[in-house]
Design a protein around this ligand. Sequence first.
Ligand SMILES: Cc1ncc(COP(=O)(O)O)c(C=O)c1O
Length: 448
Amino acid sequence: MRAALLKRAARDAMDYLEEVDARSVAPSAKAVAALAALRGPLPPGSTSAETVLHLLHEYGSPATVANGGGRYFGFVNGGCLPAAMAAGWLVSAWDQNAAFLVQSPTAIVLEEVALEWVRELLGLPAGTGGAVVTGATMANFSALAAARHTLLKRTGWDAEADGLFGAPPITVVVGEEVHPSLLKALGLLGLGRKRVVRVPVDGQGRMRADALPHMDAQTILCLQAGNVNTGAFDPAAAICPAARAAGAWIHVDGAFGLWAAASPEYSKYTRGFEQADSWATDGHKWPNIGYDCGIALVREPEMLKTAMSVRAPYLETGGPREPSDYNPELSRRARGVELWAGLRSLGRQGMASIVERTSSHARRFAAGLKAAGFQILNDVVINQVLVSFGSPEKTLRTIARLQAEGTCWCGSTVWQGQTAMRISVSSWATGKEDVERSLAAMLAAARE
Ligand SMILES: Cc1ncc(COP(=O)(O)O)c(C=O)c1O
């Protein structure tokens, strides 16, 4: 019975993927309304697994957003590489709890290997280690927990044991264009979303190296590699030496931009970030590992371990690297397996190629829109484009038409006071033809 069910799930998934590129990227209003069939009270009795699967495919599949195709340019959403997707199916079949070696040698070994591959691809120092988490938000949280631990330990304060009431203060320095998820991580850590020193930025959102405040051994400096709107990088090479000399902890939010390090053509942008103490990035963005997958890396992994590990007589530890020691969770999905599978299928050149292809597509979008008379608001350095179609109202109307028309999907933003459409080319599946079709749809939406 189980085999028949899984075969049917595989068939439904394949049907879905075969159609995903042909359908409207946003689901139709009718499909979204039909989700009502999945609501209602929990039935008192059981439902057959076949019926459950039927309901999902019948009503769930049509109301998804087609970000698995080649023309989804919203947020910074990657697609899912075939190897990572297939690995995910196996991971579900294995149903491993990837907390301790004794629970899953396979999951723990693959996670360890994948973390080392990520370290190498990002050009980070040997000995750096970390955790595979759910996304960059939790990666920022985890890495900053290590920072908090280390800085307070220097003053003789044990943050994990004694909390923050009465603790010596820590100064957190961020750029004016910090991603809100980093502020959220600071809030969760008791360091405060608002209690930060904000450094002015330039027109691309880059922290101004000449505007940094005083820093010392009680400072956490948060740099950004890849602004969510412009794709711009803080000037790490200009900033890090002085911050290091002052004894500050340097953290890098590199949710997608850090992967530029994998490409010989784009690695110039990530120069200097290797001098940091911790880094947060995503597998589900540029590397296209699928949801969800984030990675926290710390130069001295022992600091992360001290912040995260728990012990209890029933928890069997003793492996050389127990994931539970480095993660905010205890029980957890073996998402390191998909990371391993995706990176293994890409190799170094495959990762470089995603960075290069998507960035080249972004330049084509910018050139096509500019040639049609529209204003590109950012220097297109990697895979992000900001375009204004005129007044804020006209730009928002164009975006609404584009989303409703369905050829592709882009969202809106306000960049330093200007309303813009965001184009984030993050999927391995986007080809030149997707770009040309989408560009034509954008120009048509702007003309109406
Ligand atoms: C720079 C930056 N940091 C953090 C995040 C949050 O990532 P996640 O949604 O994976 O938690 C994003 C998301 O786009 C981002 O661009």
